[in-house]
Design a protein around this ligand. Sequence first.
Ligand code: SAH
Ligand code: SF4
Ligand code: F3S
Length: 448
Amino acid sequence: MKGRVYVKTYGCQMNVRDTSAILGVLKQEGYEMTDNIDEADVIIINTCAVREKAEQKVLSELGRLKMFKQRCANVVVGIGGCMAQEAGRTIAERFPHVDVVFGTHSLHRLPELIEKASSGEKAVDVSTDYTPGERFSAKRLRVSSGLKEYVTVMEGCDNFCAYCIVPHVRGREVSRPPEDILEEVKELVSRGTKEITLVGQNVNSYGLKEGWGVDFPHLLDMVAATPGLQRLRFITSHPRDFTEQLARRFVTLDVLCEHLHLPVQAGSTRILKAMNRGYTRDEYLRKVEMVKKLPVTVALSTDIIVGFPGETEKDFQDTLSLLEEVQFDFIFSFAYSPRPGTPAARLHNQVPLKVRLERLAQVQALQKEITLKKNRDLENRVVDVLVEGTSRRDRHELTGRTRCNRVVNFPGPSEVMGREVKVHITQAHANSLRGEIVETAQEGRNHD
Ligand code: SAH
Ligand code: SF4
Ligand code: F3S
C-alpha cells in the first residue's frame, strides 16, 4: 500500500462523481481510502466555486489543515475541483502548506503530482489542454460501485449565464463517446448497481458538437436498454434545449424515473434576459405544460436565484407567482452571489444582501408549503421505493427513495436492503414521507 487517502467533497454531482474517480485513480496506484482524516497520508479537498459561501468553507478548511500539517509534516495536502481550476496558482502561493493543486481536467495526473509533492516539490496542474480521451480516462474509474452511481456523460458549459462561474472553470462542453458510457453503465450494473444518474452541466447538449449521430434522447434509449438496470435519471437539463422528444422518453422508457430537474432561476422575463438564460417566462411555462400533459406524472424540481442585480420587488413577485403556478415538487434556492470574472458581478445595480436574504426566506417559506402539499398528495398511495439503508434518525428504520426522488422512511427487515419494495405512504412531512411495506406486490408501475 502506498498510503491512505482522505477526500472531502464540496459542490454538485459533477464533483461527487469526480471524487470517486480521484479515489479510483489512486486505488489503481496502490493507495487505500480512509474516512478518518487522522490516519490519512494524503488529504484532498475537492472544491466548488459556484457561490461565495462554498469558497469560504474551503478557505476555512484550508486554515484548519495548516495546523494539521504543522503536526504531521509528511501528510500531502491536495486541492482539486473548481476553485483549484479557477485560482490554482493563487491558492498555491497563498497557502504554502498546500502541496498539490490539480484542476478538473487533470485527475489522471494525480498520482504523478502526489509523487512530486512527496519529494518536497509543489505540484500544480490546472492545464485545460488535455484531449477528451485523457481527461475522461480517469473519469471512468471509481473505487467501488454502490447501489446508486453517477455516470458523467458530458462536461463543461457553453451557456455563459451572466451570474455563473461554471463555464469559466469547467471550460467548453465536451461529450464522452456513447460506447464509453455504455461500457461503464454495463460494468456498474453487472457489479450490482441498480440506479444510474447520467450527469453533465447541460445534458441536453450531449453529442451535438461531436457529430456521432447520438443526441441525448438517443443516449437515454441506449442506456435504458442495459439488461438489469432498474432506474435511470439525468441531471441537469437546460430549459431552452429541453425538447418534446426528450420529454417523450418519460413515457417510452420504463426505467427512466419520473422526475425532471429543470432550473428556471427566475420568474421575470426581464431578469431571465439579464441572466442570459435564453428563454422567457412563458417559454419556460410552455415546457412545463408539455411535461404536465404527458400520460405519466413527472415530478418537477427547479433551481431559483433571488436578488440577481437589478431584480425589483415586481421581478421578485414574478418568481413567487411562477412557483405558485408550476407547483414544483421541490426546489433548490439561492441568494445571488457575485462571482468575480462574471458579467453580473460587474453590474452596478447589485441588490443589498439583506434584501437578497429576505427574498430567499420568502421563496423558501412559500415552497415549504407547496412541497408539503405535494407530499400530502402521496398519502395513502403505494409507491416503489429503492431501499438504500437505515434511516439517519433511527437505525431500526429503513430509508429509500421513490422514483420521483422523495425520501421515504419505514420499518422493515434488513433483507430488503438494495431492493425495490412497495410502500404504502402513511404520513407526509416537509422533507420526507413515512410508510409501511405492503406485503403483496402490486401490478404495474406507480407514477408517484
Ligand atoms: N448546470 C446547471 C447548474 C449549475 S450550478 C444548470 O444550468 O442548471 C447549480 C445552481 O447554482 C444553478 O442552477 C443556480 O441556481 C445556482 N447558481 C449558479 N451560480 C450562482 C450564483 N452566482 N449565485 C447564486 N446561485 C448560483
Ligand atoms: Fe451555469 Fe448557466 Fe451553464 Fe448552468 S447553464 S452551468 S447555470 S452557465
Ligand atoms: Fe461547484 Fe464546480 Fe459543480 S463550481 S456546482 S462543483 S461544476
